[in-house]
Write a protein that binds this ligand. Structure first.
Ligand code: SF4
Length: 292
């Protein structure tokens, strides 16, 4: 199998085989991220992809699901994705769900009709690393799109019947704009119909512009308890009924289906943690984080 640079396996689908069809990230400029800094985005050579599929046809011939790599393979145009989808279905004929991560802006270059055809070929689920629905915050972290783009592109996915995940990244607006980040993100997410909302929280990694800004005093990170306060505000304002997950950078596990039925319970657990949590212990936990 060909794997280049960082390999990020979606932790919620640990049994899915991985297939690298692109390398790196088209954007590579979010101020909190270093995951693909060392590598330029490119489409993997089609002969590599075919070699890997031939290998999977031997090792995993009954595969019904697969995750495409790398950061945002969904950035490829419809015309580039179609031959890859065809190859996957040829070598893995029992394939049911092809999953990929993408940026909100990756949906722009595909019409609803094209999205429907990709879905028919198996591309039924994508994760959008949305991070925020607040325009000030999106500009601050150099995300490269705005809240109106989130709504437009997510509604296209809904029309095409492609399921999608949305992520919220706590702490990226700093203290200065935390409240607006939480409330406006929840408002935008609530106007969409994600299968899953995943929440994570900011760790300032070496080499990121946001850490450099923090060291110069230009970015004021939230404390662990403030991150929990911000998450609580996001949860209070989130109205879409979805699977709700907290990723490994959130110091509690609120993951599970039926968000709206569980919302009051999540809020009361957050209240408890805010009141009784040990800030220094939570900071020690954060210092051990190595990836987003
Ligand atoms: S957060 Fe995602 S879109 Fe942004 S630079 Fe990192 S991999 Fe690329």
């Amino acid at each position: 199998m060909h794997f280049t640079g960082t390999v990020y396996r979606n932790p919620y689908w640990p049994t899915w085989p991985l297939l690298e069809i692109t390398q790196g990230c088209t954007h590579n400029s979010c101020k909190f991220c270093t995951m693909y800094k060392d590598i330029h985005f490119r489409l993997s050579p089609l002969e590599w992809i075919e070699e890997d599929l031939k290998e999977l046809a031997v090792t995993d011939p009954d595969a019904r699901t697969i995750q495409l790599l790398s950061a945002n393979p969904f950035a490829l145009s419809y015309d580039k994705l179609v031959p890859i989808m065809e190859m996957i279905n040829k070598y893995l004929p029992k394939m049911e769900v092809i999953y990929a991560a993408g940026r909100v802006s990756d949906v722009r270059n595909k019409s609803v009709e094209e999205l429907k055809k990709l879905k028919d070929m198996g591309l039924k689920e994508i994760t959008l690393g949305v991070e925020s629905g607040d325009d000030w915050t999106l500009d601050r972290i150099n995300k490269g799109y705005h809240a109106s783009d989130i709504l437009t592109q997510c509604h296209k996915l809904e029309e095409a019947g492609i399921e999608y995940w949305m992520t919220f990244l706590g702490g990226v607006a700093g203290r200065e704009h935390s409240r607006e980040h939480a409330i406006n993100s929840a408002k935008i997410f609530s106007q969409c119909k994600p299968l899953l909302v995943g929440t994570s929280s900011l760790t300032l990694f070496p080499g990121t512009p946001l850490l450099e800004e923090a060291e110069r005093g230009e970015f004021k990170p939230l404390t662990e308890k403030e991150l929990l306060e911000e998450l609580k505000l996001f949860v209070e304002n989130l109205e879409c009924d979805c699977i709700f997950n907290t990723h490994h950078t959130v110091l509690a596990n609120f993951s599970g289906p039926n968000f709206l039925a569980r919302k009051a319970n999540i809020i009361s657990q957050l209240d408890f943690m805010i009141k009784h949590g040990d800030e220094s212990r939570m900071q020690a936990f954060r210092r051990n984080k190595r990836t987003l």
